[in-house]
Design a protein around this ligand. Structure first.
Ligand code: SAH
Length: 400
């Protein structure tokens, strides 16, 4: 008997897909790790991750998830390049490589931002703008970064160029704004170094003010291209509200807001405290923070541009009085200089916001050994479809 040979497309249909992701780039783009996992499952997994790391130290509360976990990212960065056949592409680097995975629309990115990046890609040929080639050093456009103020509707486009001159600059701005009149500022950032950092140091606004504004918890914030701003605005409000409720402010407290970025948490906390002292390393972020305090008419806050550990060491040496420390360090967590100084300053409460439960667990252990007990940890899902999980944790001073 003759064996029936199925046509290729039918064979394909009968083979069960290994993964059932809705994302067409899933296998190549390493951006999301939970693309094929239903959202409820993702939350369960994150809850488990946090419990595993933190439940030996404190109570872990149920994670706060999103109602609609798609297109939450308010910041989109796309690398630009060219295929051998001359077609321009933009997207993300394949994991552990500098090969670009071309992306039209990503399920977690802001849709307007993706559309703007697509428009820029389509304009390159007619404006004779070549994309930068990392190997030869030839070409101009390296990356495009788009930041969207979800509440304000303001949009910033940053063109990262290998050299400062954009040909037909004014016409480029006109053409881009014709397609996207919602763009409120366009910035040229010059990155002429062989580096994996996206942004260089020189910046010129070629349209608008060079920054956008957005609001969070009823306060307005100015955001420059290089300043840190949480990428999921809806969940940021959930996170900040929780952090403030754990701080239990009465209006009498002297607070430190460490790793303050553009001043968000401190500015939101200031009306409920006596005084806020904020510290941040990034110069641009501190400049934004000072403006943000003025804009929100907050007078009981001051900002210091410094390493948080060194700054706290100085405060402790000077014997300053602090009631509450709010801390929000980067993924690597805090350092001993900082934590040892917190212990010396002896605040009643520490509210620790962390985007990495592993370094959080490590730092909580340090605090535990030095008289600060973690009471409760509240995971917040700031990064649906990704492994990362944000946690806000309350620590209290043990009576000595
Ligand atoms: N609290 C802010 C920012 C948190 S992100 C917010 O919610 O928006 C962490 C911040 O720590 C970044 O702004 C980064 O620039 C800053 N940072 C990193 N290392 C630092 C250090 N050693 N000292 C002070 N700030 C630092």
């Amino acid at each position: 008997m003759k064996k029936e040979v199925k046509p290729a497309n039918e064979i394909k249909k009968t083979i069960k897909p290994v993964r059932k992701s809705a994302c067409p780039y899933d296998r190549r783009c390493g951006g999301c790790q939970y693309q094929d996992t239903p959202y409820k499952e993702q939350l369960k997994k994150k809850q488990k991750t946090v419990e595993k790391l933190l439940s030996p130290l404190c109570a872990v509360k149920p994670i706060a998830g999103m109602k609609d976990p798609l297109h939450y990212r308010n910041k989109v960065s796309a690398a630009f390049g060219r295929l051998r056949n001359g077609t321009y592409i933009s997207g993300v680097y394949e994991e552990n490589s500098h090969r670009i995975v071309p992306i039209e629309e990503c399920l977690i990115e802001d849709q307007k931002a993706d559309a703007i990046i697509g428009t820029i890609r389509g304009m390159l040929k007619s404006f004779k703008i070549h994309t930068y080639d990392e190997d030869t050093g030839y070409g101009l456009l390296r990356h495009v970064l788009v930041r969207v103020g979800r509440h304000s509707g303001q949009i910033m486009v940053v063109l990262v160029l290998a050299s400062p001159i954009l040909p037909s600059k004014n016409n480029f701005v006109k053409a881009l704004r014709k397609e996207h009149p919602e763009i409120t500022t366009i910035v040229i950032n010059v990155n002429d170094k062989q580096t994996s950092m996206v942004l260089g140091n020189k910046e010129t606004a070629i349209y608008g003010k060079g920054y956008i504004e957005d609001s969070l918890c009823d306060a307005t914030f100015r955001i420059s291209p290089k300043s840190f701003y949480q990428i999921n605005p809806a969940q940021t409000e959930v996170l900040y509200k929780k952090a403030l409720s754990l701080a239990e402010l009465t209006g009498k407290e002297r607070i430190v807001d460490a790793y303050c970025g553009i001043g968000t948490i401190g500015i939101i906390a200031a009306p409920h405290a006596k005084e806020v002292i904020s510290v941040e390393l990034n110069r641009d972020a501190v400049r934004d923070a000072v403006q943000n305090a003025k804009k929100n008419e907050i007078k009981n806050i001051s900002f210091y541009q410094a390493d948080a550990g060194k700054f706290m060491t100085q405060m402790a040496q000077q014997g300053e009085h602090v009631d509450v420390v709010l801390m929000d360090p980067p993924r690597a967590g805090s350092d001993e200089a900082f934590m040892a100084s917190v212990v010396k300053l002896s605040p009643n409460r520490v509210v620790y916001i962390s985007c990495n439960p592993e370094t959080l667990a490590r730092d909580l252990q340090y605090f535990d050994k030095h008289g600060y007990k973690a009471k409760e940890a509240w995971p917040v899902d700031m990064f649906p479809f990704c492994w990362d999980v944000e946690t806000v944790c309350l620590l209290s001073k043990l009576r000595s």
